[in-house]
Design a protein. Structure first.
Length: 95
């Protein structure tokens, strides 16, 4: 199942009652960049952008890229800035 990040960002922005311009100001970017991020054809999200979006829109950021048979063994913590953190699940492949 493919989740459409752009639709999720747009829905969260609208739920907060924000315009694209208002979100752009909070992200320190342009309105056209927010429109691009909200596009369901855009696929080049950076970890930094996703972390900023999660903080500004008060969302939980969860990224899972694992084979179906992978057993999770521990959590890796990546600092993205003083204000945000990203946690990545790391595991050993079990066949």
């Amino acid at each position: 199942m493919r989740l459409i990040v752009g639709s999720q960002v747009k829905a969260a922005r609208l739920e907060k009652g924000m315009t694209q311009k208002q979100l752009a100001v909070l992200l320190n970017t342009t309105q056209s960049r927010v429109a691009q991020i909200e596009s369901n054809t855009y696929e080049k999200y950076s970890m930094t952008t996703l972390a900023k979006l999660s903080v500004v829109l008060d969302l939980k950021l969860s990224i899972d890229i694992v084979p179906k048979r992978e057993k999770m063994t521990h959590l890796m913590h990546l600092e993205t800035s003083a204000a945000t953190s990203v946690y990545v699940l790391v595991g050993n492949l079990r066949v």
